[in-house]
Design a protein around this ligand. Sequence first.
Ligand SMILES: Nc1ncnc2c1ncn2[C@@H]1O[C@H](COP(=O)(O)OP(=O)(O)OP(=O)(O)O)[C@@H](O)[C@H]1O
Ligand SMILES: [Mg+2]
Length: 428
Amino acid sequence: MVSGSSEGNVKNLQTSRIESESFSLKINFSKNKKTDSSKLHQYDIKKYINPDNFNFPTDMQELIPTDTPPYYDKGENYVERIVRALGYFKQCALIGPSGTGKTHIIYLVAELTQLPLWEINCGLQTSAYDLFGRYIGLGKENWIDGIITSWCRYGGILYLDEANMMKQDVATKLNPILDARGHMVLNEKDNELIDRHKDAYMIISMNPFSAEFTGTKPLNAAFRRRMSVWLNFDYMSVDNHIDEKEINLLMERAEIPRETAANIVEVAAKLRQEYKNGDLPYGPSVGDLANWARIIADGASPIDSANETLVAMTSDDFEVQEDVRKIIKSVDWGITQTSDDPKVLIIAAIEKSLLEIGKPDLNKVKQRLMEDYNRTLADCYEEPEFLSRILKDIYGKAHVTIVDAIKKNLDNMSASIPVKEFLDLIAR
Ligand SMILES: Nc1ncnc2c1ncn2[C@@H]1O[C@H](COP(=O)(O)OP(=O)(O)OP(=O)(O)O)[C@@H](O)[C@H]1O
Ligand SMILES: [Mg+2]
């Protein structure tokens, strides 16, 4: 048995005792609660579940997630709604397609409420031993609790992912815990009756589309009735709806310019719609987009980096991959931006504008810069006067149209002060 208690006046010191018939172990440890209070203040949850009321022993505290990244929503207040459901009913269900952040938000809720998280993926063939427990060694002396049994005894959040894939025997055992009876019976251990710990919460999650694709059965009806609150999750951007928050999130996570982030989200919104229509096997999550964006930020082209990430992830099937590539190419990527450094953007814009006139023109400008001033195109960011002189020399008054083209190519990017100053200088 594991028990925890605060001892006397010694601040932050806790004692844990583990006892069984064959041994007894007492461990002292310093308690270091990791509640990030600034994070907690963003959410109005204390009225439903107050983390200050919990005092779990150390081995369980290790199950409390830390440093969970923020969860972005469109004002649905999912965090508060999940905690409210747990506060009132002890359990709730989250439904949403793959990659909509269900797992992410459950980690965040566990961290905010400071509840240990016991996670089970029902789609994996986790054995009944691991879930409920077993005797180890010979005879019936040493019993080890499984995940569900530990949760029921000691509390925390039991998170059942892919709950619609749950095996019938597991559901049957969980049913009495979830209703008014509030206990479980361990047949394996001489029918031991375990009362549901007062702080034992449960969250189940599932994917509404997996049923169509993999032929899985709907959630067991008895189980369904025991969930009082159902929250629906969806992608931030789908089809024609583009969510600014998702664009900002990508800019932040991958440090890419806004234009690139917007294109990535536009592609994702289309792919997700295809997935929802049943035309693609997978819709990308924000996390997948961030991976794609990171490779772009490293200098690879959007298509090359998508091939390595998004395309391969969606399917092994070449035709499906081609469909994904088609959608990626349907977006106007403009200049392949690799950074939001004004220098990189400007040089890329100059190259593109000259290329639009023709490759010989670009080569001619580069050649003249080198011959006349011993400068490369990249040097022109610091010394725009050389470029200005060469452009006037070659194109006369028409050089302003080239400046306009550069301006246009830079248009979709953030018109930062250095970009504007540069354009003024070469237009002179
Ligand atoms: N609203 C969001 N805010 C921040 N990150 C998000 C959001 N939605 C998804 N993500 C990120 O997208 C990725 C996928 O999310 P997660 O694994 O939680 O999805 P899921 O709904 O559990 O998917 P599955 O059904 O496949 O298990 C993670 O990196 C997660 O951090
Ligand atoms: Mg998940």
